[in-house]
Design a protein around this ligand. Structure first.
Ligand code: PAF
Length: 266
């Protein structure tokens, strides 16, 4: 497994590979868990070479405290990549990515990125789309793998690829869940054991059982969640219910997101 620590090293490595091979790309911010492992495994099955990037991207955090608390587990992440026979890990340094241009150039979407998570995290999706575009241009994958847990992110990236004629197939991968139903996330490690086992799984349970998004909000608020939003939307003719809710208190409050399919739009 090659560990590539700068854009220059990555570009050289990419040029040295057979250009006819299919390259599967899994962009991550590290703190890899079973959800990432399933993305890597799917990439392994679909493509000839697998590249994983690990970069905690500050521009997508709208609160410095959230960025600072983001778990960094590089050694364990590399072991996971090794286990899944990843061909190359791109592990750039902050200064190499952010930014030769000081983030004066950015990708902006002005519709879907302004609702749901975007309405509550100003600039978040500009940060995501900008870093993903940079990574796509460096890695030049044929396929890129994204989890459906971040459904709004996935939809925006699909839109960006279409809008800019990028020759990349975006492969959506189903959300992986803990046995309790809680969607796997790098943030779950910040929950207390009790919240992780007892309360946090109520998000998924309630998304499925509530008749409306408003009912889900009410149920979860009564249980002690601070619901940021819970809304139903149609994406490409398919309805989904999406939620962001906070659990815990004070500096230990953790933001969790999830979504479920509601079937075909009428
Ligand atoms: O989903 C993530 O982990 C991040 O938003 C991504 C796509 C790696 C961009 O930093």
């Amino acid at each position: 497994m090659r560990i590539l620590e700068s854009p220059e090293e990555l570009i050289l490595w990419r040029k040295s590979q057979n250009q006819d091979l299919e390259i599967g790309f899994v962009p991550t911010m590290g703190a890899l868990h079973a959800g990432h492992e399933s993305l890597i495994e799917t990439a392994r099955k679909h493509t000839d070479l697998v590249v994983v990037s690990i970069f905690v991207n500050p521009t997508q955090f709208n609160q410095t405290s959230d960025y600072e608390k983001y778990p960094i587990t590089t050694r364990a992440d590399l072991a996971i990549c090794e286990k899944h026979r990843v061909d190359a890990v791109f592990l750039p340094k902050f200064k190499d990515m952010l930014y030769p241009d000081q983030y004066h150039f950015k990708m902006t979407e002005d519709s879907l990125s302004k609702i749901l998570c975007g309405a509550h995290r100003p600039g978040h999706f500009d940060g995501v789309l900008s870093i993903v575009m940079k990574l796509f241009l460096l890695v030049r994958p044929t396929h890129a793998f994204f989890g459906e847990k971040d459904f709004q992110q996935l939809t925006l990236i699909q839109g960006m690829v279409q809008a800019y004629f990028l020759p990349i197939e975006i492969v959506p991968c189903p959300t992986l869940r803990e046995p309790s139903g809680l969607a796997m996330s790098s943030r779950n490690v910040r929950l207390t054991e009790q919240d992780r086992l007892e309360l946090a799984p109520k998000i998924y349970e309630t998304l499925k059982s509530a008749t409306t998004a408003a009912n889900a909000t009410e149920t979860l608020s009564t249980l002690g969640f601070r619901v940021e939003y819970c809304e139903d939307h149609a994406f490409f003719g398919k309805r989904r219910r999406l939620i962001a809710a906070w659990l815990g208190s004070g500096a230990n409050e953790v933001r969790l997101i999830d979504n479920i399919s509601l079937g075909e739009a009428p």
